[in-house]
Design a protein around this ligand. Sequence first.
Ligand SMILES: Cc1ncc(COP(=O)(O)O)c(C=O)c1O
Length: 386
Amino acid sequence: MKHTTVRGGMVAQRVRTVEISGIRKMFEAAPPNSINLGLGEPDFEPPSEVIEALCAAVRDGMNHYGPSAGMAALRDKVAEGYRDREPKTTRENVIITGSGSEALMAAALTLYNPGDEVLVPNPGFVLYGPHARLMGATPVAYSLHERRGYLPDFRELERLATRRTRAIVVNSPSNPTGGVFPSKVVDQIVDFAERHDLTIVSDEVYEEIVYDGSFASFWGRTNRVVIVNSFSKTLAMTGWRIGYLVAPRALALDLNKMHYHIMACPPTPAQIGVLAGLSQSTKAIRAMTREFRARRDLVVRLLNRIPGVEVIPPAGAFYAFPRFRWNKSSSEVAMALLRRGVITTPGDAFGSLGASHLRLSFAASRAHLEKGIGILRDYASEVDGV
Ligand SMILES: Cc1ncc(COP(=O)(O)O)c(C=O)c1O
């Protein structure tokens, strides 16, 4: 691989193939006391039993390395939760990782070769394309059009699949669209992957946060799948950095090899906290989702009243992805809002089909949502029809 000379030495060519995400740049430019509708994390704290379990673990000396694939008890508990999808799921299928992000990286390292093509959603979460590029593979965007309810177009997928296509990345419920794939679409994707000899990388980190319809997992439908999941969103612990992978056993061994080379093992105290959470926190997760649903309804109502703005109610996750019809780029609109004190994320940070969209996170208080969307309404009254 080629090298690039920079001040202070040489860096590998791959460093030049990726950038720091547009979302982070937005935060860095924000004036103090801005209303933050850019957050990709719940504005809740982890359930109290989870915090207690982590604190007790730290005090009791659980401050050391553990098994690379995670603590057996936690792997067992995660596997138990997947047995209604595939009754034969055991701890051998589960690897505890240092976050969903790390799980995605371990999957990329395990699956993609230089020269491969990887189908990634457009719009889609910001890591999928860069991870493919870092492996020397080419991300190939497949469309999730608003007019199709943010579901894939299988005729387009058929056109995009080539002999080099190695994998398809899917994310339902989706960041940023809030789209949730019905069971029938999940089956169609499985069928597509089987016909083209692809592995499915299914990012299911928002599986617990669904408002309309029901979540359909890829696990139990095919053995060509790697499930990426995380405790970040469901247990409101984005800063703890803990997630997991679920995969067929042989593939799990290879994923674990890559995971070991990234981080040796996941954090021990966080695993103990999560274990307590999985046993006791269903009520807290439901309460959080109920609050998100109420905010989703509020946000959709407020946005659809703004001239020049339209939004499809998100069926899951905690993002609204409104379209605006002004002759402006999504970064221009997001920057104008930022100057007025509200942080949003420009839709094109998630791919070309995010143009003319903003992503608004409703992981913010109702008061902030009302105020922030009020600022958007004032802005709209200046630019709409101009
Ligand atoms: C779709 C999706 N996948 C994965 C992640 C990564 O989550 P974490 O690394 O906190 O587990 C996120 C975080 O925003 C996400 O939105």
